[in-house]
Design a protein around this ligand. Structure first.
Ligand code: CAA
Length: 283
C-alpha cells in the first residue's frame, strides 16, 4: 500500500518536527493535539525551522509555502480517521499512549497503519492494546527531526511484512535512513545513548567534574556535537528519566539505575530547555 495522508498525534517537539519533514516530502498531514496553544506554537515553530532551511538554501520559499499548506491541525482525534498512517508522538507515558489509541481506533479505516514514536516503550505491548497488532509498529525519529538522518523502525511480535515495507518506504521518501531494531527496552539508540547520559549525571553527582568540564570533555574529547548534559537538557530530563526507568524495569539490571540527581531535577521541575532550567539555565 502507498501512504498519502499521515496523521500525527501530539504537536510537541517531536510531533511538529515529524509534521515538518513529512509535509516537505509531499504527504498531506493532519496533526492533533489537546490544546490550541500547542498547535499554534507548533505551526510557528515549523514556519521558523523551514525559514531557516530557506535561508540556508536547503529548500526554496515555494517548497516552504507548499509544505505549510499541506499541514492541517485539529483538536479532535476522530479527524485523523481518513489517514493511511498515524504516527503517535504524545508524551512518553504508556497510559497516555494507550488512551489515545483507544479513542482513535473506532474512527480509523481498516487499512490504516498505526505507529508510535515511542523512544523506549514495548511496541508489542502497545500493539496488543489495539485492534490491529499486525499493522502496528515503532517509528522512532530523532531530535531535531529536520536535521537527524536516522529513523529506527521497530517491529512488534505481530507486525506483518506489508506494514514494515510501507513504513520503510515512507522513511525513504523522507530522505532519511532506516535502522531496524528488535523490540527490547530502549531499542538501539536509547539503549546506548541513555546509559551514557545517566553516567554523565552520575559523574556530576559524584563530583568527578563540573557541568562544563563534563560537556567539554565529551565534545572535544570524543567529538560529540553536544556534551551529554547539554544533550539531556535538549531531549528533556523527564524523557531521559522515563527512558532510564523503562531500561531499569525492562532489563532488570542495576546498571540502568537512574541517577538520583536526575530524579531530583525532574522532581524540581527542572526539565531542561523546555522548562527554562536543567543542567544549564536558559532563562
Ligand atoms: N529545524 C531545521 N533545521 C535545523 C534545526 C531545526 N529544528 N535545528 C538545527 N537545524 C540546522 C541548522 O539550520 C544548521 O543547518 P546547516 O548545516 O545547513 O547550516 C544545522 O542544523 C546545524 O545547526 P546549528 O548550526 O544551529 O547548530 P549546531 O551546529 O550546534 O547543530 C544540532 C545543532 C544539529 C542540534 C547538533 O548540536 C547535534 O547534532 N546535536 C546532537 C543531537 C542528537 O544527538 N540528537 C539525538 C537525540 S536522541 C533522540 O532524539 C532519541 C530519543 O528518543 C531521546
Amino acid at each position: 500500500m502507498e501512504v498519502q495522508k499521515i496523521g500525527i498525534v501530539g504537536a510537541g517537539q517531536m510531533g511538529n518536527g515529524i509534521a515538518h519533514v513529512c509535509a516537505l516530502a509531499g504527504y498531506d498531514i493532519i496533526m492533533a493535539d489537546m490544546s490550541s496553544e500547542a498547535l499554534d506554537k507548533a505551526r510557528a515553530l515549523i514556519d521558523r525551522n523551514m525559514e531557516r532551511q530557506v535561508s540556508r538554501e536547503k529548500i526554496t520559499a515555494e517548497d516552504k509555502a507548499t509544505a505549510l499548506g499541506r499541514i492541517k491541525t485539529t483538536l479532535k482525534l476522530p479527524d485523523l480517521g481518513q489517514t493511511d498512517l498515524v504516527i503517535e508522538a504524545a508524551t512518553e507515558r504508556e497510559s497516555i499512549k494507550t488512551a489515545i489509541f483507544e479513542d482513535l481506533i473506532p474512527h480509523l479505516q481498516p487499512h490504516t497503519l498505526l505507529t508510535s514514536n515511542t523512544s523506549s516503550i514495548s511496541i508489542t505491548r502497545l500493539a496488543s492494546r489495539t485492534d490491529r497488532p499486525e499493522k502496528f509498529m515503532g517509528f522512532h525519529f530523532m531530535n531535531p527531526v529536520p536535521v537527524m538522518q536516522l529513523v529506527e523502525l521497530i517491529r512488534g511480535i505481530a507486525t506483518d511484512e506489508e506494514t514494515f515495507k510501507a513504513c520503510h518506504d515512507v522513511v525513504e521518501r523522507l530522505g532519511k535512513t532506516a535502522a531496524t531494531a528488535e523490540d527490547f527496552p530502549g531499542f538501539i539508540v536509547n539503549r546506548i545513548l541513555m546509559p551514557m547520559i545517566n553516567e554523565a549525571v552520575y559523574t556530576l553527582y559524584e563530583g568527578v567534574g563540573s557541568v562544563q568540564s563534563i560537556d567539554t570533555s565529551m565534545r572535544l574529547g570524543a567529538n560529540h556535537p553536544m556534551g551529554p548534559l547539554e544533550l539531556a537538557d535538549f531531549i528533556g530530563l523527564d524523557t531521559c528519566l522515563a527512558i532510564m526507568n523503562v531500561l531499569h524495569d525492562g532489563l532488570a539490571d542495576t546498571k540502568y539505575r537512574p541517577c538520583p540527581l536526575l530524579t531530583k531535577y525532574v522532581e524540581a521541575g527542572w526539565l531542561g530547555r523546555k522548562s527554562g532550567r536543567g543542567f544549564y539555565d536558559y532563562r
